[in-house]
Design a protein. Structure first.
Length: 435
């Protein structure tokens, strides 16, 4: 003989409740987002994964057990309730539920995060602060952006390839490597999946990955994390201009998807965002230096663009900007020199507007064995550490290009977030290892 559960059955998500259900009974489940006790009436703003909805619990309309549950509910307590849908312009969203039954599932005595809680305290309690509406909105936008990136790659013939996290040599230079012991040998956390994607282009021609990268940078800026998510692509038979075309199409597609599907989240963040017009701007490094110097930035030709230089350059345009052909000393060893101007390399960074700065870095790779060996030595690196990477140039090497897109930097721009740590659930910085 089966026993039917006496618990309130969930019949709808909050986002499914609207004027079309007025007068009907619904069953909901979620957490208490807001709570007001007026004596004989309790107002509960319920939150679930899809939104918020006000429920009104009146003592004379519920049984004693339900009334007791409503009176004991507190911020972030988990509850189930059932009731009748009613239109009310005073309620959030113009709809409320007049409760008939309330069940308290999990207590939440004295939830530590209050409306006035400071940034550092919220970061200490990030496992709880994830429940905030702002974090909900930012992470929904992040998820949509990543889905858009993956969708574009898949629809344009790119094959996903997973790369290892433990590596034996630096991709972006030794100063930012996380070193660890690996069964008696030195190993490092990957700075980029680039080398492994380069190996895969000889099989699939166009490949991508979306996975974490690690940089031991001690920068405490609004745009640096020690662990960040990287969308990387590599393409055989592509030159620098081809690479910029790919990046522009990819970013535009993912941005458009967020704009079309996440308006509620953008509005919650009070972000007035319009997808930028194409084509994106393309300027040389030389032009970028001139702009930065004209705005009072202390920078010389040959320096990599500083955060401040990127900021002032990006403020000059109403759309993303490719800055291409940096001096060879400012970029990593694998970038191909410009044949017509060997002091610069065939690379490009995409700067987001509004002062955000770099969100994508990429370029054309050196595909000649001897030239790559020379550049490795020129950078003070050991050739033997790159033996397998050099092997790729021995057997049917071809011109190729690739790039890396910083997910958190892009999301920060789209969502208008004040800090990059707001664009990831559990940020890692030089001072933060928990939660």
């Amino acid at each position: 003989m089966s026993h039917r559960s006496t618990a309130i059955q969930r019949t709808h998500l909050i986002s499914q409740v609207g004027p079309h259900l007025e007068g009907q009974e619904v069953g909901l489940a979620g957490w208490v987002y807001r709570y007001r006790d007026l004596g004989s009436t309790v107002f509960i703003v319920l939150r679930d994964a899809t939104g918020v909805l006000q429920a009104v619990v009146r003592k004379e309309e519920v049984d004693e057990k339900s009334w007791e549950a409503a009176k004991k509910a507190d911020i972030e307590a988990s509850v189930r309730l059932s009731g009748i849908v009613k239109a009310d312009p005073r309620a959030p969203g113009g709809i409320e539920v007049q409760a008939r039954k309330v069940e308290l599932v999990g207590f939440s005595p004295d939830f530590p995060i209050k409306q006035g809680s400071g940034v550092e305290f919220r970061l200490d309690k990030r496992h709880l602060d994830l429940r905030s509406r702002r974090m909900w909105a930012a992470l929904k936008i992040r998820a949509e952006f990543i889905a858009g990136v993956r969708e574009w790659f898949d629809e344009n013939g790119f094959v996903p390839v997973e790369a290892p996290t433990f590596v034996s040599a630096a991709v972006e230079g030794g100063a930012t490597l996380f070193e660890l012991e690996y069964f008696g040998r030195k190993a490092y956390l990957t700075q980029s999946s680039q080398f492994y994607l380069e190996a895969a282009i000889f099989t699939f021609e166009k490949v991508y990955t979306i996975q974490p990268s690690f940089r031991a940078e001690k920068s405490r800026t609004r745009r640096h994390l020690t662990e960040f998510w990287h969308a990387e692509g590599e393409m055989a038979w592509h030159d620098l201009n081809d690479m910029m075309d790919v990046v522009e199409a990819l970013v535009d597609h993912a941005v458009q998807r967020v704009y079309e599907n996440r308006q509620a989240e953008l509005q919650l963040l009070e972000r007035k965002f319009e997808p930028p017009q194409r084509p994106y701007e393309r300027i040389s490094y030389d032009e970028a230096i001139e702009i930065a110097q004209s705005k009072g930035v202390r920078i010389e030709w040959g320096d990599d663009l500083t955060t401040e230089a990127e900021r002032v350059v990006s403020l000059e345009f109403d759309r993303p900007i490719f800055v291409h052909r940096y001096p060879r000393q400012a970029k990593a060893f694998y970038h191909a020199p410009d044949p017509s101007r060997p002091e610069v390399v065939l690379c490009a960074d995409l700067l987001a507007p509004e002062g955000i700065g770099e969100i994508v870095g990429g370029g054309q790779r050196i595909h000649d064995y001897d030239e790559l060996v020379e550049r490795i030595r020129e950078n003070g690196l050991r050739v033997e550490d790159y033996e397998w990477y050099l092997d790729l140039r021995k057997y049917g090497s071809v011109p190729h290009s690739g790039f890396g897109l910083g997910i958190e930097r892009a999301v920060r721009w789209i969502a208008g977030l004040p800090h990059i740590r707001d664009a990831i659930a559990f940020p890692r910085t030089p001072t933060r290892l928990t939660p």
